[in-house]
Design a protein around this ligand. Structure first.
Ligand code: SF4
Ligand SMILES: [Zn+2]
Length: 153
């Protein structure tokens, strides 16, 4: 890892590490390195599971975390996540899993062609890609539809 991350630690944090077992220190170093990756707008290596964080929306976390979360409407749900600590000015660049507007609770389908026409977003978001029901998007406001319901025009 970048040793600069360790050298930048406040003295109090370094002193708090005194006497900790090697395994704990190693876990701490991994946490610091992962945090640095997220702050740089990159997904830490191995964080391959798509999870829905209550604050952040769709994010990538480690599969071992996703495995212990409750799954609702196809998404492991977290009340908070490590991406929650990314400062506001860096949140737009969070790399996110693909979603589709058509499966989002905020989507308003096209009136004439609900299955294939361009719809709109109840939140007023204009996604980078045309909001067709099936177009892949990267959207932090995505919230999956209840699988037993459908959006109506
Ligand atoms: S733009 Fe985002 S919030 Fe709006 S419908 Fe699409 S996925 Fe949902
Ligand atoms: Zn989060």
């Amino acid at each position: 890892m970048d040793v600069g991350i360790v050298h930048a630690l406040p003295q109090a944090d370094v002193e708090a590490c005194t006497g900790l077992p090697d395994e704990t220190l190693l876990a701490y170093l991994y946490t610091l390195a992962d945090d640095a990756e997220r702050r740089a707008g990159r997904v830490p290596e191995g964080d391959t599971a798509a999870v829905l964080c209550r604050s952040c929306g769709p994010v990538y976390l480690h599969p071992s975390i996703a495995a212990v979360l409750p799954v609702v409407n196809g998404w492991p749900r977290a009340l908070g996540c490590p991406w929650c600590f990314i400062p506001k000015d860096g949140r737009m660049s969070i790399p996110r899993p693909n979603v589709t507007c058509g499966t989002c609770t905020h989507f308003i389908p096209d009136k004439i062609n609900p299955q294939g026409g361009a719809g709109s977003c109840k939140l007023g978001i204009t996604p980078k890609r045309t909001p067709l029901p099936f177009t892949a998007q990267y959207c932090g406001r995505y919230r999956p539809l209840n699988r037993n319901t459908e959006n109506t025009p």
